[in-house]
Write a protein that binds this ligand. Structure first.
Ligand code: C2G
Length: 726
């Protein structure tokens, strides 16, 4: 057996298939895998044993007295039989050519160290990327180096020293009796690697990255070990590792000694001092005391080689109080920020927001409203605003957010500010109320006593926030940011019981839920005569002949069709020519694109049959004048169902959307109150057989209505306003 792969496992079922899948795909097949399960995860052991792979797979469960990743790795070493061992964490994965390439270089070596790449993406995504871009590493960058010092330098920072991704000769470990120290919770790798290096191994550093270290996107429901340990405890453990290595003379040669010190100096400047300026006093002083034990260990040579600021800060820190260190770090940080601000107008604006606007008294009676990032005067913020304006107009000052130069068409005397402008920043700093249907900007700072009402914008069919397994199309911080934002919401509107159950989890939200239904749907419950009057007004506005039957087509956006920030591409899959041919003059199609989709469609050759209503502000008014809704996975049908009119689902990419993009909360086939259709002809057939279809779906529609629409009966705006006004 060439290699024993040692995988320490703790509660990482969602990730282990990526890890084992990457072993299955190895081009070199001469290896075994040993999973060592933490005692607390023993219930997963049978599932792991039952997994079917072509390589030998053993599962060992740690006894209660031996918990932790260090103990797991030691157990793995004892159980291994390969010529080499390779440590792999169960949430990480490796490239298919890892073992074959490392073994190719292994002749006569004790260690072959490959590079580690940090990623928040899953393996499927990385493989897809590689297929599209097969050779991301130009040959000239791949030069192996045999200097141990090079290996250490590649760690960049003291806490970056790892045992992962290294092919290690097993006899080298056994001959020198090297083990992981199980008194460490997270950083036992540092001391283990230092022990390896101190015995002067014949080593090679291969600067290709084979190993994907997964950064956990979801620190709440699927945290990494690092995310579960408090910052101060982690910093202290790293410093303890440094002291252990230095005190036990485990650093090897004098030049190697200097390398450790250099890595430690960087660790102090980059990790510890930022902690000093952020955290509370008690935790800080603990960390400060430990750092003070480390300073005398630093060699003169390492200080001499360090950057000027690093050297000065270490010297200053070793003879000054914590308060003085914090002051000095703050001044340095401010200088650096000032330099960055000076070059970047949006940062200058945010600086003004934080240091000037937020210092002024808050205006309790100023209300700021925003719908879809200022793209329209619509959705629940519109109806809440109109209710307050019509009932309490004198008590408040109203500001609407817009996204473009041109103003929103608002039939009331209100001020408008452009999102991101200085006026906008002043408004959000001043306002006693912020009412929005999308996430507020990350730089928004909530003032004590202010009220942030998050109306949100739909009952989710597609998974949302923390419920998306891996949000590979967002940013690595997608979930963390969600948590930071939802923490600021005082109220969140829920349209139905399903949302009241789902929202707290998917937004990691524990504020107040307003179980009121959506204010945006009040208009759908107007008395019949008012509804008819409004419909004819809207039809006139859009120049739609009164006798035509209106089909509203309102698809959603697709995460993988990104063009730029908040802009996605859309392909129209409905064959309009065919529709016009078969449906004739009786119908008109209103195409309504989602606000994230770029509207570049030209319908000039279909005039009279199709109308582009994408820039029309309020989709609820389009619902009112439509006889049929066609959609896909958009939340629009949950709202439209309030009208009890027919809904068709044009789901031409159902499998891809459900499996690869987001995943759904429901089995769509079972849930929706209309047929799933896959071709234009199926859509046309359904339109032509509408009365039969309506009968067929009647019972399902009633059930759907009761479940998702029964809270909405025309007075949701009133209910919300009564709850939020102080
Ligand atoms: N919308 C619209 N036109 C469309 C699609 C959507 O005006 N063609 C509006 C509707 O008000 C809809 C809202 O945008 O309810 C949200 O659209 P979705 O298609 O559901 O997509 P998304 O913005 O991703 O929101 O909880 C809901 C989810 O967050 C989905």
């Amino acid at each position: 057996m060439k290699i024993s792969v040692i995988i320490s496992y703790i509660n990482e079922m969602p990730f282990i298939t990526d890890c084992l899948g990457s072993l299955e795909d190895q081009t070199e097949k001469d290896f075994e895998a040993i999973i060592v399960c933490a005692h607390e995860s023993s219930s997963d052991a049978d599932t792991l044993r039952g997994m079917n792979y072509s390589f030998p797979l053993r599962v060992i469960v740690l006894s209660e007295d031996k918990d932790g990743p260090a103990a797991a790795k030691n157990e793995g070493i004892l159980a291994s039989s390969g010529e080499y061992v390779f440590f792999l964490d169960s949430d990480d994965y490796i490239k298919p050519e890892t073992f074959s390439e490392l073994l190719n270089l292994s002749d006569g070596k004790d260690l072959i160290v490959g590079g580690i790449k940090r990623t928040w993406k899953n393996r499927q995504n990385i493989l897809k990327n590689q297929e599209e871009n097969p050779n991301p590493y130009p040959a000239k960058t791949v030069e192996a180096s045999s200097s141990l010092s090079d290996i250490l330098t590649s760690c960049k920072i003291f806490s970056g020293i790892r045992a992962l991704g290294i092919l290690i000769r097993r006899d080298f470990i056994l001959d020198h009796n090297i083990r992981f120290d199980s008194s460490y919770v997270y950083y036992s790798d540092i001391v283990f690697a230092a022990q390896l290096f101190s015995h002067d191994p014949i080593s090679l550093r291969y600067p290709r990255s084979y190993y994907y270290k997964r950064l956990h996107q979801d620190p709440i429901y699927h945290p990494s070990l690092k995310q579960t340990i408090k910052d101060n405890a982690r910093l202290i453990e790293v410093m303890r590792a440094y002291l252990d290595i230095k005190n036990n003379n485990n650093t090897g040669t004098p030049s190697f000694d200097t390398e450790y010190d250099t890595l430690f100096i960087r660790f102090y400047v980059r990790r510890i001092t930022p902690f000093f300026i952020k955290n509370d006093t008690e935790k800080k002083s603990e960390v400060y005391e430990k750092a003070n034990e480390c300073f005398p260990m630093l060699s003169e040579a390492s200080l001499k080689n360090a950057k000027h600021y690093h050297r000065a800060l270490i010297k200053y820190s070793s003879c000054h109080s914590l308060d003085k260190i914090i002051k000095r770090v703050r001044i340095h940080t401010l200088k650096q920020q000032a330099f960055k601000y000076f070059h970047n107008w949006s940062r200058i604006k945010q600086f003004i927001y934080r240091h000037i606007y937020l210092k002024r008294p808050m205006k309790n009676n100023t209300m700021i409203f925003e719908s879809f990032f200022g793209k329209s005067y619509s959705d629940s913020p519109k109806y809440i605003f109109e209710y307050i304006f019509n009932n309490h107009s004198d008590r408040y000052r109203y500001i609407w957010v817009r996204d473009k130069e041109q103003k929103l068409h608002i039939p009331y005397p209100v001020k408008q500010v452009k999102r991101g402008s200085l006026k906008y920043l002043k408004a959000i700093a001043d306002a006693g109320y912020y009412i929005t249907n999308v996430r507020q900007p990350m730089y928004y700072i909530k003032r004590p006593g202010s009220i942030l009402l998050q109306t949100w914008h739909g009952t989710p069919l597609k998974k949302l926030g923390f419920d998306i397994d891996e949000a590979v199309f967002g940013t690595p911080r997608y979930k963390i940011n969600f948590k930071l934002q939802s923490k600021q919401w005082d109220y969140l509107i829920s349209p139905n019981e399903f949302c009241s159950e789902t929202f707290p989890h998917c937004f990691a939200y524990n504020g107040t839920l307003l179980n009121t239904g959506y204010p945006r749907n009040d208009i759908l419950h107007l008395p019949a005569d008012q509804k008819a009057e409004l419909c004819s007004k809207i039809k006139k506005e859009l120049d739609i002949p009164a006798d035509k039957k209106v089909i509203l087509y309102a698809p959603t956006w697709r995460d993988d069709k990104k063009l730029s920030e908040k802009q996605y591409e859309f392909h129209l899959e409905l064959d309009l020519m065919r529709m016009r041919e078969r449906l004739g003059n009786e119908y008109i199609v209103l195409l309504r694109l989602h606000y994230l989709l770029v509207d570049s469609l030209d319908f000039s050759s279909f005039s009279g049959f199709i109308r582009n209503a994408s820039s029309y502000d309020d989709i609820a008014r389009l619902y009112l004048i439509s006889d049929i809704l066609i959609t896909d996975y958009s939340s629009v049908f949950f709202d439209y169902a309030n009208l009890r009119r027919p809904v068709l689902f044009f789901t031409y990419d159902l499998d891809e959307y459900a499996d690869e993009l987001r995943g759904f909360y429901f089995d769509m086939k079972k849930l929706v109150p209309g047929p799933l259709l896959f071709t234009t002809d199926e859509v046309i057939d359904s339109i032509l057989n509408l009365s039969e279809l309506t009968k067929e779906y009647q019972a399902k529609y009633d059930e759907f209505y009761d479940r998702f629409c029964s809270w909405e009966c025309g007075n949701s705006s009133q209910k919300v306003v009564e709850k939020i006004l102080k």
